[in-house]
Ligand binder design. Sequence first.
Ligand SMILES: Cc1cc2nc3c(=O)[nH]c(=O)nc-3n(C[C@H](O)[C@H](O)[C@H](O)COP(=O)(O)OP(=O)(O)OC[C@H]3O[C@@H](n4cnc5c(N)ncnc54)[C@H](O)[C@@H]3O)c2cc1C
Length: 424
Amino acid sequence: MIQEARQYRTGLAVIGSGLAGFAASVFALQRGIRTAQVGNTGAIAYTTGYLDLLGWHGDRLLDNPWSGLATLRQEEPDHPLSRISDQDIRDAFFGFTQALSEMGVDYTPPGDRNLLGLTPAGTRKPTLCMPRTMVAGIAAAAAGDRTLILDIAGLDGFSARELVANAGASWPNLRSRRIIFPGVDAGVRVFPEVMARALEAPAHRQQLAGIIRSVAGDAKYIGLPAILGIHRPDRVHRDLERLTGFTLFEIPTMPPAVPGIRLREMFEQAFPARGLTLVPQQKVKSLELGKTTARLHLNDSYGKVEIEAETVILATGRFLSGGLAADRHRVRETLLGIPVSQPESRDHWYREDYFDLRGHPINRCGIRVDEAFRPISESGRPISERLFAAGILLGGQDWIRQRCGAGVAIASAYRAVSFAAGCL
Ligand SMILES: Cc1cc2nc3c(=O)[nH]c(=O)nc-3n(C[C@H](O)[C@H](O)[C@H](O)COP(=O)(O)OP(=O)(O)OC[C@H]3O[C@@H](n4cnc5c(N)ncnc54)[C@H](O)[C@@H]3O)c2cc1C
């Protein structure tokens, strides 16, 4: 029996559910565009929760990302961020962080300077916006105030002693302590996501608060790995501060990490409630581009699905998420075979020195877009008037080295949505 595909029609289809795909859906909803989004789990569960705009240029960390952008525009005019105005980047970050805060995970708005976020190793990382649950760590570190960092027996990849050893030189009143998570036997491995879900329950919060009070001593601040709840982190955070009487802050853990899982689960709940058609945990198998519409083909648990869309945003990420793939000779874009700008041959993918400050050419490969963020062919013409692209699939940037992952994702999604809106 041939099974009929379930059909949907929409104004905009977003392919990908990383930061760029989610940001595109947020901006489309803010404009009242009928939207469908398809994507499976990607790199979002790996993120720290920090939203970086631009944290590194040349050979130094940036305190001011906006003056960094001015330099970037002169030195790297093809970088995706060089093609977006400061005002649009600010509006994009404002719109996105405001939506996150309204949907359930409170974020700081973008400012004029980078914030210095703590890493699990005790180093600092320049970033533009962060979850509210992490903010108090900045003031504690800046003032060198009396702070106790807690780690948890059985939790891999987060050591309070290591953090204190690395940060202690500039933060003299920093101490560390290991605790046992309530309800867990000593010697058992524990995972951030499981502890975060446990802390959604008031009884677990009360037990943890008792443990924190018993070890806090004269500390003013308590730093913990990011485990303060999945769905209502701000409520869990506030409640634990009330129960302990201390100012608490979270520190990102190694991936997969709770801050990214929070965002993914929040979008999966909030988008359908706002009228977006979300097909989570699925990949688009093929995409047909017509003159007036595009057609996405995929399967979900109930069978075949076809989505007819007037416009499409491709936000499928790089190698980790499957938007790009490489064989022994070339890098290719996986869904449509869009040309990928890349070094001439594999011999030029990497530099000799792994730590070369210029980075490796392979990390800058990606698809090219025109001024309207439409992917272009070898001849430089748009592949379709209705196809747009966003996120780290775009070439000409090295988001890991430049600390600009969220910046590229959010700002390019903002531009792609505004150009797609012009087609509708
Ligand atoms: C370990 C780690 C730590 C990070 N830390 C930070 C940080 O501190 N600050 C920061 O700003 N950024 C950070 N990032 C980067 C940030 O996560 C990325 O910049 C951002 O996720 C890029 O978003 P994207 O949506 O372009 O791509 P991705 O997040 O890679 O998402 C692409 C999506 O497309 C989906 N997809 C692929 N093919 C298809 C298909 N055919 N059909 C449907 N869906 C498809 C994938 O499943 C995935 O959901 C970190 C990333 C990693 C890996």
